[in-house]
Design a binder for this molecule. Structure first.
Ligand code: GNR
Ligand code: NI
Length: 175
């Protein structure tokens, strides 16, 4: 297992639409293992493959609280079925949009169909933080970031700050 670097906005790769996985094999499981380790190290509660530069429809997640047993979840080729009409608001953050948090409104519940770590089809009914997190990760598979759900003013402000920080880091590294 290995920790892989996490891509941050405004990297154009985060705008790619990820491709369906053809086979859940050992190579894919190695990617999922690396993603989980990268996510725990960050730390975060979810990670989409494109965040480590791999444009495949793969998500890992663990919503266990501190001091609880780890509860890793793996979603391959996930599809959202029956999003609820009622919405809920949660504060979100993103490892690819560091140090910014804001509230996003999304369907409160959804059903997800996906392949698990072994390639078996699963259906999961999600609500609360699980539903929010799955939808946040599904957005990544479509090249969408949570800041895209905010006002243009907020989004542009965040992206401008991240662009500036990247430039400063590049200058510092060149010295
Ligand atoms: O670690 C993360 N926390 C989080 C909090 C609220 C809603 C979504 C998330 S996912 C995020 C990790 C990440 O960027 N996943 O793509
Ligand atoms: Ni994210």
């Amino acid at each position: 297992m290995a920790i892989r670097p996490i891509i941050t906005a405004p990297d154009p790769r985060l705008r790619e639409v990820s491709k369906p996985v053809e086979r859940v094999d050992d190579e894919l499981r190695a990617l999922m293992d690396d993603m989980l380790e990268t996510m725990y190290d960050a730390p975060g509660i979810g990670l989409a493959a494109i965040q480590v530069g791999v444009p495949l429809r793969v998500i890992v997640m663990d919503l266990a609280g501190e001091g609880e047993e780890p509860a890793p979840r793996y979603f391959v080729n996930p599809e959202i079925l029956d999003p609820s009409d009622d919405l809920s608001v949660h504060e979100e953050g993103c490892l690819s949009v560091p140090e910014y948090f804001d509230e996003v409104e999304r369907p409160a519940r959804c059903r997800v169909r996906y392949l698990d770590y072994d390639g078996a089809e699963q259906i999961l009914d999600a609500e609360g933080m699980l539903a929010t997190c799955i939808q946040h990760e599904m957005d990544h598979l479509e090249g969408v970031l949570f800041i895209d759900h905010l006002s243009r003013l907020k989004r542009d402000r965040v992206l401008k700050k991240l662009r500036k920080e990247k430039k400063e880091r590049a200058l510092a590294a060149a010295e």
